[in-house]
Structure formats: C-alpha cells, structure tokens
Write a protein that binds this ligand. Structure first.
Ligand SMILES: [Zn+2]
Length: 344
C-alpha cells in the first residue's frame, strides 16, 4: 500500500544539525581541507547531498534533510566523504577533466580510499536508489529541479488535480531520470519541452493544423534530444542528426556535411551517432551495480577501477593529501543557496 500522501517530514532538530556539522568538519579534516565550508540543509525527500562551488569562490555542501533522517550516521558520513572527494577534485582541478560518470566513480573510490567505509557507502547509495517517493514527495522533488508546481499549490489541489500535477512532475523529470509510465503523449512531450525552454507552447500546439503538429513535435524532439536521447517517429534524418550532434559539440557541421560525397556523408553520420552515444554514456550516472562493484574493488585496492579511464586510475593512485595546499585554499562562506536547478 502506498504511504499516505499528506505526510510531512519533521524538521531537523538543532542537535541533528550540529552532529552533521561536526562530522563534516571531521571528514573534511581527513581530506586535509580544514577551511570552512558552508553547509545548507535543504528540505528534500531525496536521500542525497551535493557539493557546489560558485564562480565567486563560494562553496557549499547541500545536505538534503532525507539524507539526515533516512541514513544511519555511518552511511551519511560515507556519503559526505563522497561529496568531499568532489570538493577535493574541484580544488586540485582534476574535476574539469572528468565526465560526469567518471566524476561519480572517482568520488566513490576516493571516499573509500580516504574515509574507508565501503559498505556504508554502498548501503547509502542503495537507499538513495531504492527510495520510493510518495506523489507529494515526487512533486516536491521535481520542484527542486525547476518544475513549476510547488507543495503549496499541490496541497490545495483536489484529488483529481493532484493526480495530474504528479503526472506533470514525472514528465518534467523525464530528461533527468527515467521515462514516466506510460510514456509521454505527444502533447505532454510538447509541454515538457516548453518547460525546458523550447518555444512551442501546448496552446500553440493545440491550435496548429494536423500537418503542422507533427512538425512542431519534431522540433520539440530536436530541441530535447541531447537530454532525452529519444527520437520522434519517423526518426531524425541523417542531416538532422548531424545538426543535433553539432549543436551538442560534435565537430561536423552542416556545411561540411552538405559538401561531402555520399560515401563521406555516411561516415560523418556514423561519427555523429557515435559521438552522441558516447555523450549519453558520459553524462549518465554509473548504473547501481557498476557503482557497487567499483566501490568493492576500491576497498580491496584493486588496480583496475571500474568506470575510470587509465588517466583517472592514475589520478586516484596519485591522490595524496597535501596539507599545505589544502589549508591555503581559504574561501569565504556564502550561506545563501541559489534557487532552482541542481543537477547531479
Ligand atoms: Zn557525486
């Protein structure tokens, strides 16, 4: 049976917060980072934490309230050590060289190497993965990523509206997590792409004649492709695909494509497809089992780390705490947390 849909988490007590702050300090010291770090407790049902560094040198560890309430202290500490590894690789500049996927594998392995509690890290990740959101929690969660519906609006809605708002939250999150069930309808896809910045609104789509509708839908898919990797039906033409890949950073542009011979064209299309496949792979979190295997491997200090390029494996092997360097990096604290999207 689904949990009741009006539940609210009790606010964290000052004591709970103080314990977390003390642990962050302890873990940071183990990483050789004794300078202050802003800590922000974000009201959130997602068992997660996030390290962010702003362009002006302000840095913040965001700890979701559910991570404090749903994890054991050992699990939370291992999780914080994972974030501290992100922080360390931000400071020694190795983060810039990593894909998102590699960054996660690196932070896991470094957490194990420095903090050394692999089983706690695994069970924390497992809890994050297994968490079942209530509808209300899911709406709250999606709002943190930029979906318009907030809890105030949700709580005032009728049961029927609540269902629709929950569905909307799932469709909104589709580019970030998995596809909602059932898959988005064409109209929902248009609406979702519009929320993500595509120009066509649902109203414009509704008013368009049938023939134009399919073109608008195609454009929305084109706009969203680098995030959803889903193609319209019929799929993109080769030329369209070359353009999408180019927008996403592939070097072949349409001018080059149009001038190419037929044989070269097909090579360029294959190149664009491969580029996007790699991009999708690099931008994803490692799958759960891969993460667990990599953490266990790091725990027994295996030489080959799953999910890390040879270059990153070397970085991990060379990872040493330089006390002087760490202490030199003093930063002003900024306790305000920006509103809006937190991805990753
Ligand atoms: Zn991470």
């Amino acid at each position: 049976m689904a949990p009741p849909d009006t539940d609210t988490r009790p606010p964290l007590t000052d004591e709970q917060k103080d314990i977390v702050r003390a642990n962050v300090k302890l873990i940071a010291a183990k990483f050789g980072m004794k300078h202050p770090l802003g800590i922000y407790f974000r009201e959130s049902p997602d068992i997660n934490a996030q390290y962010t560094a702003g362009s002006r040198g302000d840095e913040l560890l965001i700890i979701n309230t559910a991570a404090v309430t749903d994890l054991t202290s050992r699990e939370l500490n291992a999780f914080i050590a994972h974030e501290m590894a992100h922080r360390k690789s931000f400071w020694d500049n190795s983060m810039r060289k990593m894909t998102k996927r590699e960054g996660e594998a690196f932070a896991d392995a470094t957490s194990v190497k420095v903090w050394g509690d692999p089983e706690a890290l695994i069970s924390a990740i497992q809890k994050n993965h297994d968490k079942k959101f209530t509808d209300r929690e899911y709406v709250e969660y999606a709002h943190q990523f930029g979906n318009k519906t907030n809890l105030r609006k949700y709580d005032k809605a009728s049961d029927e509206e609540k269902k629709a708002l929950t569905r909307k939250a799932h469709v909104f999150m589709y580019p970030l997590s998995s596809e909602p069930h059932p898959a988005p309808t064409d109209r929902e896809f248009i609406e979702m792409a519009n929320e993500w910045g595509n120009r066509t609104s649902a109203e414009k789509y509704d008013k368009a004649p049938e023939a134009e509708k399919s073109e608008l839908l195609r454009k929305a898919h084109f706009y969203m492709y680098p995030r959803t990797y889903s193609e319209p039906n019929p799929p993109f033409t080769d030329r369209e695909f070359v353009e999408i890949a180019n927008i996403s950073g592939n070097k072949t542009n349409l001018r080059e494509y149009d001038k190419a011979s037929d044989e070269d064209k097909s090579k360029l299309v294959t190149g664009a497809r491969d580029y996007m496949k790699k991009r999708e792979h690099d931008n994803q979190y490692p799958p759960l089992q891969e993460r667990i295997d990599a953490i266990r491997a790091a725990a027994v200090q295996q030489k080959d780390h799953v999910g890390l390029s040879p270059q990153m494996q070397k970085a991990l092997a060379d990872f040493k705490i330089n006390q002087n360097q760490a202490e030199g990096n003093y930063l002003p604290m900024n306790k305000t947390v920006p509103e809006g999207k937190f991805i990753g």
